[in-house]
Design a binder for this molecule. Structure first.
Ligand code: SF4
Length: 165
């Protein structure tokens, strides 16, 4: 139905949620075929990083309703620069960390009606400092080609644990 009028952009909101991996692969393949056939843009909204990594040319990471990081998929996956993106990637299970505790981002997402002052990610961020309490970081160019991020420490290398890497 969404394709009936030949849209230039298709917004697919969690199209593979709750599907088994076989059907998920079929859906992603179908999307890619249709996209190529009709030269249509696809905005895929997903919580599944593996799906995003497989299908997306560019990634836009959102937190509390705002963009916190964006860039080419390979660049963002290879070198996440926002603390939230770093935390997300760290929390993906991997065979290399078998037997170890899975790192998780502490706390819970904020109530959108009562966002914390300053940076919305501040209560959960291992790098939060005084400026983060009073000033919400704007989305700005980040190191790298066509990268953008919203963090006061974008120009400083960060480790997920909170220390300089
Ligand atoms: S602005 Fe501050 S609290 Fe927000 S992500 Fe950056 S370091 Fe963390």
């Amino acid at each position: 139905m969404a394709l009936a009028l030949g849209p230039e952009v298709l917004i697919a909101d969690e199209p593979t949620t709750a599907l088994d991996v076989t059907v998920q692969a079929q859906i992603l393949e179908l999307l890619a075929e249709i996209q190529a056939d009709v030269d249509m843009g696809v905005v895929l909204i997903t919580h599944d990083l593996a799906v995003a990594a497989e299908i997306a040319d560019d990634l836009v990471v959102m937190y509390a309703g705002r963009v916190v990081e964006s860039g080419a998929t390979a660049d963002v996956l290879g070198d996440p620069q926002h603390p939230y993106t770093q935390g997300l990637f760290q929390s993906v299970p991997s065979a290399e960390r078998r037997g170890q505790d899975l790192p998780a981002i502490p706390g819970t997402p904020p109530d959108l009606m009562r966002l914390p002052s300053g940076c919305p990610f501040r209560p959960r961020c291992p790098h939060a400092h005084d400026r983060c309490v009073t000033e919400r970081p704007a989305l700005q160019p980040a190191p790298g080609e066509l990268r953008f991020g919203a963090c006061h420490l974008l120009d400083q290398p960060l480790s997920p644990e909170g220390a300089a890497r």
